[in-house]
Ligand binder design. Structure first.
Ligand code: LLP
Length: 419
């Protein structure tokens, strides 16, 4: 939980200045308390549904472990994510392997691990069947269906539109299930979609659910008994501090439709969800130090985190609230633009924000950085990736060491002939 001690930002009772003294900056700091609050809110909003955490949002092992211990399953999108989920203790039967471009190696790893698959194309289906035969295994699958619905979100994160690369076009879905029904060693058990991310209203989800039910009725006629309907992730969070759809209200709206239509298919049909951002997004602040303040065309505050550390503002024009973490008890007086250290004009974390007077050495907190933060960071401009910290009950734990220059150089080689 975020608080204040004499003007200094605290996370679960730990002062930020104590953390940065140990780790340096930039550093991602996660609140255990906030994470538990989100997990419990999901469990109470969806008590009888299956919740698979979308590992891509934040795959720090300590965070995965907390989520796994709360009884969540995992949605993974690569062999790396599969490995991380298994390492954190998720049981294979609670893992769904998603992805629109799984390599043969990834498919084999998933089959050997015994996870379920969300299948994105017929090519993938045939590969799974062939490999499952060779491995002597039966693989439970769902197809990812493209329901062609339009969520109101950033175009780069809308994934359920007809023109999107994801899923089987919904007009071709019944035929895909017919083929799967007849193929050996694959067992169609569910139907899946994911329409996008940072969605702030239940209506596009409801549209997608209705589409899935329409198609499911046709699938049942083939003789397939569907056991689950997975409606993906996508519930947004309140980046702007203006309020958003709560997990509870989201659940009420979704469940009222799902429960009304479930009997058409199977009274035991399970609803699955794959939340990522709405579990980890608001649990974490990115702390970055001010290297200089310059009064130019604008008041530029140059900090040590840029789009190499948090890419969301540069990539999606995303808004993240910021504060001067060591001056929380001062009045906002001047308008500043927070710029990163990368050699590109687009490297701006926050634009035109009214803050207390900022000076060299201050600490800037960038809020809601727990989802698609560290996991999307890079070493661009030869900058090692930063540390991650977990704060809990007045103590803090380094859950990822800061990289150093060796991590940039490590895998590189200069061929002999160049010397
Ligand atoms: N399931 C599937 C199949 C997904 O592709 C995603 C996210 C999720 C679940 C989780 O969605 P969430 O609950 O987190 O919205 N980097 C972007 C977001 C990309 C989302 C990709 N897929 C951002 O920073 O906004």
């Amino acid at each position: 939980m975020f608080g204040e001690d004499d003007g200094m930002l605290t996370v679960d009772g730990v002062r930020i200045d104590e953390i940065v003294q140990k780790t340096g900056t930039p550093v991602y700091v996660t609140s255990y308390g906030k994470l538990m609050e989100n997990l419990r809110a999901y469990k109470s909003a969806f008590p009888n549904q299956r919740l698979l955490y979308a590992v891509k949002a934040n795959y720090n092992l300590a965070i995965l472990k907390i989520i796994q211990k709360e009884g969540f399953g995992a949605d993974v999108f690569s062999m790396g994510e599969l490995y991380l989920a298994l390492l954190a203790g998720f049981k294979p039967e609670s893992i769904l392997f998603n992805g629109n471009s799984k390599s043969d190696e990834e498919i084999l790893a998933g089959i050997r691990a015994g996870v379920k698959f969300s299948v994105d194309s017929l090519d993938e289906l045939y590969t799974i069947s062939d490999m499952a035969i060779k491995e002597g295994k039966e693989v439970e699958i769902a197809f990812r269906v493209n329901p062609d619905v339009s969520p109101e979100t950033h175009p780069k994160i809308a994934t359920g539109l007809k023109k999107s690369k994801f899923g089987i076009p919904w007009e071709q879905t019944v035929e895909a299930y017919r083929i799967a029904y007849e193929l050996p060693n694959v067992i169609p058990k569910g139907i899946h979609c994911h329409i996008g991310s940072q969605i702030l209203s239940a209506s596009p989800f409801i549209e997608a659910i209705n589409r899935l039910f329409d198609v499911s009725a046709e699938i049942q006629k083939i003789g397939i008994e569907l056991e689950f309907m997975d409606i993906g992730g996508g519930l947004g969070i309140d980046y702007e501090g203006t309020g958003s759809l709560s997990k509870e209200d989201f659940s009420k709206e979704i469940l009222s439709v799902f429960e009304k239509r479930r009997d058409e298919i199977n009274p035991e049909l399970e609803l699955w969800l794959e939340p990522g951002r709405s579990i980890v997004g608001d649990t974490t602040v990115l702390i970055t130090r001010v290297n200089s303040v310059k009064r130019a065309y604008k008041n530029f505050v140059a900090v040590d985190a840029g789009f190499n550390t948090l890419i969301r503002p540069a990539m999606y024009n995303a808004y993240h609230r910021v504060s001067v973490a060591n001056k929380l008890n001062r009045k906002n007086e001047e308008v500043y633009t927070i710029a990163g250290p990368i050699c590109e004009s687009g490297d701006i974390l926050a634009e035109d924000r009214k803050l207390p007077v900022v000076e060299k050495g201050d600490l800037i907190a960038v809020y809601d950085a727990g989802a698609y933060g560290f996991v999307m960071s890079s070493q661009y401009n030869g900058r090692p990736r930063c540390a991650e910290v977990l704060a809990k009950d007045g103590e803090f734990y380094i859950i990822r060491e800061r990289e150093d220059i060796a991590d940039i150089v490590g895998k590189q080689k200069i061929p002999e002939l160049l010397f």
